[in-house]
Write a protein that binds this ligand. Structure first.
Ligand code: MUC
Ligand code: MG
Length: 368
């Protein structure tokens, strides 16, 4: 069970269509595959998605921090020393997705070594999650057509609509068009990625007050401290904090400040070990939970599903588990399949995924 190597392999897979939102856009999945190799010959895998507009990480930076700092600090530990791993990773500031991919690949290797499934090692609450699809910026007709395709093809009936553009009517028109097209058939919530001010957010939420939204997410910056508290205090739906709470301490701070009433747990940024801490904190503070999407590929989605299915609060709401559908290809030997609006956890040990070696050889960018 000794960790003998940690490998960071950059790869690039184009999106069929880019995802656009208030803080950025993604055209190509330039992620890093992380492999944890053990003395028993077991290999655990996970992926790190660099999101410079959210965490400041880049693909090159993730490879460098793993090769130069994290791998030397962790090789030689066993798979059971996960808290030692976490403590050593946390000696370095930032780099959340690089740390998380290492953590999750270690859990994967542990599950494979023991012949046990990670969802059950984590909590084992259920074997599936309902799926929520994230709709990026476009005009109302195109976004309605995408929702229609997702519902007809995959049975998805929960949609997170990206908002935060100016004028606010651009986005409120989209949400209204979706509600008018689908009526009560679908659930809707909105995510502003800090694009609006607090007063714009308040106005937009008033304009949409008849549209039955489930949540509002990160509509304005948490750094607008008093304005954000003012906004959250007047909303009649839970306000999800996402990129403003990358650590458990941030969740505590923002909750005590009245700046959030729900939390997005993203395994891409808190792995399994720290996501467990965020989950327990949310339970203690009484925050509603949504499993978020870091614009993950299928590897990252399998990780979010493994964690989300493990607990009641993380599996209650639909999880954001479908944006890999916008990618032109992926690395898994057996692709994830969304059916009847649900994803089921893998029956296999560990996270339950296998990398297709031919696909990896094709998409990796560190070898010509
Ligand atoms: C989301 O929920 O915000 C877009 C930016 C980011 O950090 O994550 C995605 C999705
Ligand atoms: Mg968000």
């Amino acid at each position: 069970m000794k960790i003998t190597a940690i490998e960071a392999v950059p790869f690039a897979i184009p999106y069929r269509k880019p995802l656009r939102f208030a803080s950025g856009e993604v055209h190509v999945a330039e992620h890093v595959l992380v492999r944890v190799v053990t003395s028993d010959g077991v290999v655990g895998v996970a992926e790190a998605p660099p999101r410079p507009f959210t965490y400041g990480e880049t693909q090159d930076g993730i490879v460098a921090v793993i090769d130069k700092i994290f791998a030397p600090a962790i090789v030689g530990l066993t798979l059971l020393e996960r808290e030692v791993v976490t403590a050593r990773l946390n000696r370095t500031i930032g780099n959340p997705t690089a740390k998380s991919a290492i953590d999750m690949a270690i859990w994967d290797a542990l599950g494979r070594t023991l012949g046990l499934r990670v969802p059950e090692l984590l909590g084992g609450f259920t074997d599936h999650m309902r799926v929520s699809h994230m709709l990026g910026f476009d005009d109302p007709a195109t976004m309605v057509a995408e929702a229609e395709k997702m519902r007809d093809t995959y049975g998805i009936t929960t949609f997170k609509v990206k908002v935060g553009r100016r004028p606010i009517g651009l986005d409120t028109a989209v949400v209204r068009a979706l509600r008018e097209r689908f009526g009560d058939e679908i659930d809707l919530y909105v995510d502003g990625n800090r694009g609006w001010t607090a007063s714009e957010s308040a106005r937009a939420m008033k304009q949409m007050s008849d549209l039955g939204l489930l949540f509002a997410e990160e509509l304005c910056p948490a750094d607008d401290v008093l304005a954000r508290r003012w906004l959250v205090g007047q909303l009649d739906v839970p306000f999800i904090a996402d990129e403003s709470v990358p650590t458990p301490a941030d969740v505590t701070r923002e909750s005590l400040a009245g700046a959030m009433t729900a939390v997005s747990i993203k395994t891409a940024r808190t792995g399994f070990t720290t996501s467990r801490r965020v989950h327990h904190l949310a339970e203690g503070l009484g925050l509603e939970v949504v499993m978020g999407n870091q614009i993950d590929g299928q590897i990252g989605t399998a990780c979010a599903l493994a964690f989300g299915s493990a607990f009641p609060s993380t599996s209650r709401n639909a999880g954001e588990l479908s944006n890999f559908l916008d990618m032109s290809d992926d690395l898994l030997a057996e692709p994830l399949e969304i059916r009847d609006g649900r994803l089921h956890t893998s029956p296999h040990a560990g996270i339950g995924i296998e990398i297709d070696p031919d696909k990896l050889a094709h998409y990796r960018t560190d070898r010509s």
